[in-house]
Design a protein around this ligand. Sequence first.
Ligand code: NAI
Ligand code: MG
Length: 339
Amino acid sequence: MSTHAVGLIGGDGIGPEVVAEAVKVIEAAGVSLDTTSYDLGAERFIRTGEVLPQSVLDELRSLDAILLGAVGPPVGSTDVPSGTLERGLLLRLRFELDLYVNLRPFSGVPGAPAPDCDFVVVRENTEGTYAGEGGLLRRGTPFEVATQGSVNTRHGVERCVRFAFGLAAARPRHHVTLVHKTNVLNFSGDLWQRVVDEVAASNPEVSSDYNHVDATCIYLVEDPGRYDVIVTDNLFGDIITDLAGAIAGGIGYAASANLNPDRTGPSLFEPVHGAAHDIAGTGKANPAAAIRSAALMLDFLGESVAADKVFRAVADFIVSDPDPSLSTRAIGDAVAERL
Ligand code: NAI
Ligand code: MG
């Protein structure tokens, strides 16, 4: 059995607590990890003024994978200027490591608004309105102008769409839905729709359709069973995955993978939730999202049997009607015991 070199970025708030449980569960699944912890996040920034030193980035590049908890100061804190960690750490890692697919699977849990839903969102992760194109002119004057462009390259759109079709081909329902706003965003939408049509033509075993993003917000609530694989741009993907997380069972369960499918460097795995300072240190954080993210990591590292076992153990724990007052550590133990 091979050992995987995994970087751990616990981060802030509940981040380190949920990452510790995820590592415990991976080890219980019999997978051998060689872990290195990296001190990054709001706390480090406040202490040292550093966000992501070049030497740390270089070290991260040499790893097999990265597991991240969450980074960020308490909401309302002014110690970290807005955007510092988002642009300087999270987006920088996505761009530098070419993590061009943000994969977010949703399977409903009992009691959720959509307990039976089972779909995956493939969100383009390096372009769109998040690429940083635009600027401010005459800032602070009555005549100021702010522009924030959406960058959509043939290369970037196509590789994301190809990934979505490849994923759909491996799932039972073989279906891809493009989510966009092609009727209004007629330049970027035109490119996305043409690319989907082309890739669909060369993947006849996968069916495809199209939904406007606003209609998708209705369908996710009223008819989520229509979705198998959704492919969408960076901003729409960010927004609809928060809604998807809410219908599937809440923020405590939503996992994500930031993938470099070409494997030119490590991929990064993280729960969708943030640092939740309101419950940090109380044992109230649900580690399930971090554990599921770790299972996505195992799968990507080629440990699909162990990944499957972890997904099943989490699902089994959830349907066991657990005591809602169980602590973070007790949930980690309960999942680990099932392996
Ligand atoms: P948040 O996700 O940290 O918390 C929102 C609400 O959900 C809170 O009431 C929290 O207690 C609850 N919650 C979150 N995760 C939970 C879990 N595992 N178990 C149980 N309850 C959970 O979002 P918020 O409050 O907007 O952000 C807090 C900090 O985290 C900010 O600094 C923000 O920038 C950062 N953040 C970081 C992210 C990342 O590292 N990728 C993502 C989102 C936010
Ligand atoms: Mg978000």
